[in-house]
Ligand binder design. Sequence first.
Ligand SMILES: Cc1cc2nc3c(=O)[nH]c(=O)nc-3n(C[C@H](O)[C@H](O)[C@H](O)COP(=O)(O)O)c2cc1C
Length: 365
Amino acid sequence: MPSSNQLSPIKFAYWVPNVSGGLIISNIEQRTSWDIDYNRKLARIAEEAGFEYALSQIRFTAGYGAEYQHESISFSHALLESTSTLKVIAAVLPGPWHPAVLAKQIATIDHLSGGRVAVNIVSGWFRGEFTAIGEHWLEHDERYRRSEEFIRAIKGIWTADNFNFQGDFYRFHDYSLKPKPLQQPHPEIFQGGSSRAARDMASRVSDWYFTNGNTVEGIKAQVDDIRAKASANGHSVKIGVNAFVIARDTEAEAKAVLHEIIDKANPEAVKAFSHEVQQAGKASPEGEGNWAKSTLEDLVQYNDGFKTNLIGTPEQIAERIVALKHIGVDLVLTGFLHFQEEVAYFGKHVLPLVRQLENEQSVAA
Ligand SMILES: Cc1cc2nc3c(=O)[nH]c(=O)nc-3n(C[C@H](O)[C@H](O)[C@H](O)COP(=O)(O)O)c2cc1C
């Protein structure tokens, strides 16, 4: 009997390049731009190509090449205005954001966009950024304790009237948000991170768990852990995995692009990034999580996207995507070198093969 994950088509999201320098720390030539005109066109190409979601990024300061960064909520709103079916997930950092502000912003954007906005609650890895804006830097698991309260608070505000909440970080007294969001029960809540605290939080409160790129075995271990914990909590959570996609007509061409990206990496910036990400999974009590085992080559892509190995011909990539689905992955979050051209290529050459393999396998099941 196939699981429910096996019955529904795997979904696709792309990273919104709303920060400069693209998704890699490399001096390779990129035709990707972080400006709004480029991104509006990209969003339209992506929805036409069959992408269901776009994910914006939140960064308050430069670092490792991302010299300019557009703010995630306002940028996501602009993309929603430029599209008609795409769902846009806005990244949010508890700390700089208060849950009441976020709940109110998203409720309004949900009405403005006909129910197409979602949020990605990220817990923070960039200590220098928090220091730069005068935000208190909590230690690893405390950041997740705050994020979980944040998620419980926004869910409460979105779904209940006279909402009361007594947390260590947030308090609400008889608060009624009006209007409530359009989407019922509420806009989808994604989260990013892979440590034990991240997995525990996902298994209690989030709709979606986003993790960095990884091997099939590395992803399966996380999926199994989260699904077991979620089922013990009576909660259901879907899984999204990051991948930097290099799809070319031949495997040799795709691998040559990967090698060029790595050969032209900016070693100083990669090393500085490697130092900064020690504040993530490595700083958790168990020493696991995002970037805890990344090599310098892995870190040339911000979220370990080479590790997922969606690098090759459309056939190879489609087979690997379906293998991810088999271990319980619900969504692939994609990054590209030249976004507009490559999202279109993915929609034309890779996605139909994925759907074909899914159909063949559901007939055989
Ligand atoms: C798909 C994805 C998207 C993320 N987006 C952002 C972001 O926009 N801004 C940010 O500060 N952190 C972002 N993060 C970082 C996470 O919130 C988290 O700090 C990091 O993954 C370390 O988590 P861990 O220690 O639980 O492994 C993202 C993580 C993932 C997996």
